[in-house]
Design a binder for this molecule. Structure first.
Ligand code: FAD
Length: 293
């Protein structure tokens, strides 16, 4: 199919883009990698009157890895972040998750920030941002605001982005000391959206007992579902922690939907299995990190 007719603007400066978006209001849409928006337009599930193609704006493709975390610019592609050794050193979960996003061709073009704004509950990066407690920086004509992950995802394919705003970057906090992460998912074919997926984070205290354990689920509700399972698994050494109880706590909170690929019951079961696997893997990763890598 072909998209409905639309106007196209390709600004070369951020200020120009914000002016155009402000004028267009709810009729304007940002075009980044186009890997989600163009298929939606071709299927006429989206019909913006104006596309604002931000790909020619300089300075938006940066990846800054510092002691506090990784700031990813609006035009940084999935593949760019996946290959960044500096980003992987500061927050290893980014590379682990990105390897599960679509196929290499799509990762070459699709952007990290575009994936967050697209806010697909089946996507990996929104779950990562939610698990780590990251944020998205939104710019509009005359100002910027930083929105925490907990408030950014508001529904399936819905975010806190307002008409006239452009997401200029996202921030993923660094891995704290003695902390491990993992991402486990199941999809019917490699590169497909997952039937279910769980990102996990486990932090150990100075005695190498579990101090904090959290899981973030993909496809388990309208927005990324983050479950704190610290109490459920008990403040014990990773090999004695009750990961099965922690996984049950995750499964009970999951609210997946039935579609042509799988039933809600199957997805809920899978979420529990993957939660236990991801939490155990994250705990092992934390032990390795505590032992010095
Ligand atoms: C076959 C296929 C398989 C895929 N599989 C997966 C998968 O397994 N996991 C996964 O996570 N993703 C998957 N994707 C989606 C892919 O990751 C997209 O790249 C991503 O979701 C959107 O990024 P984009 O840069 O292409 O955004 P676009 O398609 O350009 O835009 C998507 C939406 O975000 C808005 N937007 C984008 N950037 C900004 C910005 N800076 N400011 C304001 N609004 C903005 C657009 O207006 C639009 O509404 C798949 C895509 C395809 C085609």
């Amino acid at each position: 199919m072909k998209p409905a007719p639309f106007d196209y603007h390709a600004p070369r400066a951020l200020g120009e883009a914000l002016d155009v978006l402000a004028e267009a209001g709810e009729h304007g849409k940002v075009l980044a990698g186009g890997q989600s928006l163009i298929p939606l337009m071709n299927m006429r599930l989206a019909s913006p009157a104006l596309l604002v193609d931000v790909n020619r704006i300089g300075g938006l493709d940066g990846i800054e890895a510092g002691p506090d975390g990784v700031r990813v610019g609006a035009l940084a592609r999935h593949a760019h972040l996946e290959r960044s050794g500096a980003a992987a050193a500061v927050q290893p979960l980014l590379r682990r998750a990105l390897r599960l996003v679509a196929h290499p061709v799509i990762r070459n073009r699709g952007t990290v920030v575009g994936s967050l704004v697209h806010a697909d509950p089946a996507a990996e990066l929104p779950a990562v941002l939610a698990l780590l407690g990251g944020s998205v920086r939104l710019a509009r004509r005359g100002g910027t605001r930083e929105v925490a992950a907990g408030e950014f995802f508001t529904g399936p394919l819905e975010s806190a982005l307002l008409p006239g705003e452009l997401a200029v970057s996202a921030f993923f906090p660094a891995r704290p000391a003695r902390t491990g992460t993992a991402f486990c998912e199941v999809s019917r074919r490699h590169g497909d959206y997952a039937l279910a997926g769980v990102a996990a984070l486990v932090r150990l205290d100075g005695d190498l007992c579990v101090a904090e354990a959290r899981a973030a689920c993909v496809g388990a509700g309208p927005v990324p579902l983050v479950v704190d399972v610290t109490a459920a698994c008990g403040a014990r050494a990773p090999r004695a922690a009750d990961w099965a109880a922690a996984a049950r706590a995750v499964r009970e909170r999951a609210e997946p939907e039935t579609d042509i690929h799988a039933t809600a019951d199957y997805r809920r079961h899978l979420t529990g299995v993957l939660a236990e696997r991801a939490l155990r893997d994250a705990a092992q990763d934390a032990l390795r990190e505590a032992a010095g890598g």
